[in-house]
Design a protein. Structure first.
Length: 213
């Protein structure tokens, strides 16, 4: 299969509306991935599946990643006149960089026997801009796995044929795989509580907020 740099160039030529970015990978695998803007995601997906050189007809894995808000420190140097003397002043500013949710697809070609190609989509943030296009219309194997990402991370897949929870019950309010998720301390449903779970259950029982019979 061609390199990601070559593929990016072909995609940019074929789909001018696509904003593409190569994401490096510092792990031992060292496999970079291709980040695509959500507006062009379906067109890019169809290109990857239908292009004669690629034929990426199989999605083996769809997973989510939660990137929390981060604080970025920025230093700015300027020259100011203080008590009649020009001095160089360094000021430090802290800016908040909003987090986002990311969905990662691993693509293979069963026809041409190559892959994987790693494709990434990102939401605008972690609160309200959490919609991404479903790629299930292109790769049907993504259906249940996108439901899992919806269930555990809260990504809303527009165009998904059956978007509903797949692991948690319908009334569950949170997203357990988000990094800031706080689990309940009531483990009465745990039949064999032990270790940390047992300690949290004991603290729950001792809490004054817990009604006593």
């Amino acid at each position: 299969m061609e390199s990601l740099e070559q593929l990016k160039a072909r995609l940019a030529q074929a789909l001018p509306a696509a904003r593409l970015e190569l994401v490096p990978n510092d792990s031992p695998a060292g496999q970079p991935s291709l980040l695509v803007n959500k507006e062009a995601a379906l067109e890019v997906a169809r290109f990857l599946r239908d292009d004669a050189r690629l034929r990426l007809d199989y999605v083996s894995n769809v997973t989510g990643v939660d990137w929390l808000d981060t604080a970025v420190t920025r230093k700015v140097r300027s020259r100011q006149v203080i008590e009649g003397i020009e001095r160089e002043i360094e000021q430090t500013f802290e800016e908040k960089k909003p987090g986002f949710l990311e969905v990662v697809y691993h693509l293979y070609s069963m026809e041409l026997k190559h892959g994987p190609l790693v494709l990434r989509l990102r939401t605008g943030n972690r609160s309200h801009d959490i919609h991404l296009p479903s790629l299930t219309p292109v790769w049907r194997g993504a259906e249940f796995q996108e439901r899992e990402v919806f269930d555990l991370y809260g990504v809303v897949f527009d165009g998904h044929p059956d978007l509903r929870r797949i692991l948690m019950w319908d009334e569950f309010q949170d997203f357990p795989m988000r990094k800031d998720y706080v689990g309940p301390d009531d483990f009465e449903y745990e039949p064999t509580a032990h270790g940390e779970v047992l300690e949290r259950a004991r603290r729950h029982e001792q809490s004054p907020e817990v009604p006593r019979p």
